[in-house]
Design a binder for this molecule. Structure first.
Ligand code: AGP
Length: 344
């Protein structure tokens, strides 16, 4: 079992979490309704922090709840315990091990606010520290780079959101995601081809907006750790506030531009980047107009924008995997890093 196997396992892992996790997550959602909370704080690192960014948009857009990303160092380095007041505090970690993330949850629980662990390790320190725990049921993830646990973390957030609002249409759309992930795996030959023709690039930017900002960050992390490519992720809005100056003909710009509220502005921006600066665009989308802007990786249709990040990351994972190989690196053994990183 290697990284590619774990990428390809994602439809089955998603199916398992939906079938076995839906009820336990609904019970946690019911427990959260009383007393009401007004903010959510999430502690996480690395890939799991990108799941937290996804949650920031999901709970913000769908529930009008402000989600703050915890700075665990406030406690672990400065010894200061924030006041969590009327928040729900969530820790996301596939391993459930990192002491700084566990410390945030332990402090929140000590203050009596609701705490939730989202983890692939049901007996981990994070799961033990929290009042509630969501088991991702992704099976052991052995590759250093997180893939199937990332999509499981996003799914757990989506299930929690749909359960909180009694959104049956949302739950039905979630139920279709394993098939959509399987369809996204069909892009593999295209990702291999696009990666092999870009093996010599020195760096790139990755753009997404709203729900897809998490995907941009996660794609960039995968490019860095697997392919050793300097990849800088941006919200498509922030990118226009300065980093635009990086652009010149042939500069690689990777973009997530699926259907949804963020699509019109983003597609207009990508058109401008192509016409005005002559960048080398790789676009992940379900829309013909977006795909026509550059080299395209096609996503399956008819997925609500708030759920698309569970699917859109799949071609990005495959692209990073094949880029690593095209650059002569072993994606199963990224240098300098381990599966579990303990930060304090
Ligand atoms: C993922 O590909 C990375 N290797 C790394 O960022 C990882 O996500 C991070 O260390 C957090 O791990 P955790 O989810 O086990 O807390």
């Amino acid at each position: 079992m290697g990284l590619r196997d774990e990428i390809r396992e994602q439809p089955a892992a998603a199916r398992r979490l939906i079938d076995e996790g839906r009820e336990p997550i609904a019970r946690i959602a019911a427990a959260l309704r009383e007393p009401p909370f007004d903010t959510i704080v999430i502690a996480a690192r690395g890939t799991s922090d990108h799941a937290a960014v996804y949650a920031q948009y999901v709970f913000g857009v769908r529930h009008r709840v402000i989600v703050g990303l915890a700075a665990p160092s406030i406690g672990s380095v400065y010894g200061v315990e924030p006041r969590f007041a009327h928040s729900v505090v969530i820790g996301i970690s596939q391993s459930g091990e990192s002491p700084d993330v566990v410390g945030v949850i332990a402090a929140a629980r000590g203050q009596g606010v609701p705490t939730i662990a989202i983890t692939n390790s049901a007996g981990s320190p994070l799961a033990r520290a929290a009042e509630h725990s969501i088991d991702l049921r992704a099976g052991p993830e052995r590759a250093v780079a997180a893939t199937k646990t990332y999509t499981a973390e996003l799914l757990a957030v989506a299930l929690l959101s749909a359960s909180l609002s009694g959104d049956d249409a949302g739950l039905a759309a979630i139920d279709r995601l394993p098939d959509a992930i399987a369809a996204a795996l069909e892009t593999e030959a295209d990702t291999e081809r696009l990666a092999s023709t870009r093996a010599g690039m020195a760096g790139c930017v990755v753009l997404g907006r709203g729900f897809e900002y998490a995907t941009a960050r996660e794609w960039a992390l995968k490019l860095k750790e697997l392919a050793r490519l300097l990849a800088d992720p941006y919200s498509a809005a922030d990118f226009q506030h300065g980093p635009l100056a990086l652009l010149e003909p042939g500069f690689p710009v990777f973009a997530l531009a699926p259907s949804g509220a963020s699509a019109p502005d983003l597609i207009a921006l990508l058109g401008r980047l192509r016409d005005q600066f002559g960048v080398d665009l790789v676009v992940v989308s379900d829309r013909d107009d977006a795909l026509a802007l550059g080299a395209g990786l096609r996503l399956p249709p008819s997925i609500p924008d708030w759920l698309m990040p569970v699917v859109s990351i799949v071609p990005a994972q495959l692209f990073a995997y094949h880029l690593a190989r095209a650059r002569g690196q072993d994606p199963d053994s990224p240098r300098h890093i381990r599966k579990v990183t303990l930060t304090r």
